[in-house]
Design a binder for this molecule. Structure first.
Ligand code: COA
Length: 160
């Protein structure tokens, strides 16, 4: 894997949307939100921060995170997605490690990820669990009947 990590620019907006859409996990409304979050970040809203993984100039994955309002040192990992054909190749790990390092160096304390209990999110939950995230809370029926919210957290102070 020969990816470099770089900022995401306006020119990558369509690519972000198609990448998120092609995972097959997100509704079209969520795809639109991914693009809108990039717009807000590029317009200077510090609530959303983006990092892209690029291979030969092509965006193959990205992460979006930001400070959780009203907390001391807690951050949300709002989104992470890797091009379908590249999943399982280490791109997601590269991105999440970079986010954790950046936040830890900036005094971040806790990283929170929200995901779904649905069976098609099984590989996603395994991804977090194998990277040291703990399933800290579940909200039954949050997304839909039988589709729970699973909240993962990672302590960012562990290696300080
Ligand atoms: C979850 C995701 C970001 C992980 O990125 P990735 O580049 O595929 O992950 P990596 O190659 O770095 O790590 C592979 C690990 O992730 C897990 N994984 C998750 N989805 C996977 C997939 N589609 N293919 C292979 N492995 C996957 C595996 O369990 C594997 O674990 P292991 O190597 O520790 O045994 C990526 O698969 C993805 O975009 N999935 C769809 C969108 C999504 O679920 N986003 C998170 C929303 S909350």
């Amino acid at each position: 894997m020969s990816c470099s990590l770089q900022p995401v620019a306006r020119a990558h907006r369509e690519r972000i949307e198609s990448l998120v859409r092609d995972t097959g996990l997100f509704h079209e409304a969520e795809v639109a939100i991914a693009g809108e979050m990039l717009d807000e970040a590029l317009d200077g809203d510090d609530e959303y921060r983006f990092l892209g993984a690029f291979d030969a100039g092509q965006l193959v994955g990205y992460a979006c995170w930001g400070p959780t309002p009203g907390t001391a040192g807690t951050y949300d990992l709002y989104w992470i997605a890797v091009e379908r054909a590249r999943q399982g190749g280490g791109v997601g790990t590269l991105l999440v490690n970079a986010v954790e390092r950046t936040l830890s160096a900036a005094g971040g304390r806790l990283l929170v990820v929200e995901t779904s209990s649905r069976p098609d999110y099984g590989p996603t939950r395994r991804f977090y669990e194998r990277r040291g995230y703990a399933a800290t809370a579940t909200v039954p029926g949050y997304y839909a009947p039988g589709d729970d919210l699973v909240i993962y957290t990672k302590d960012l102070t562990a290696w300080r």
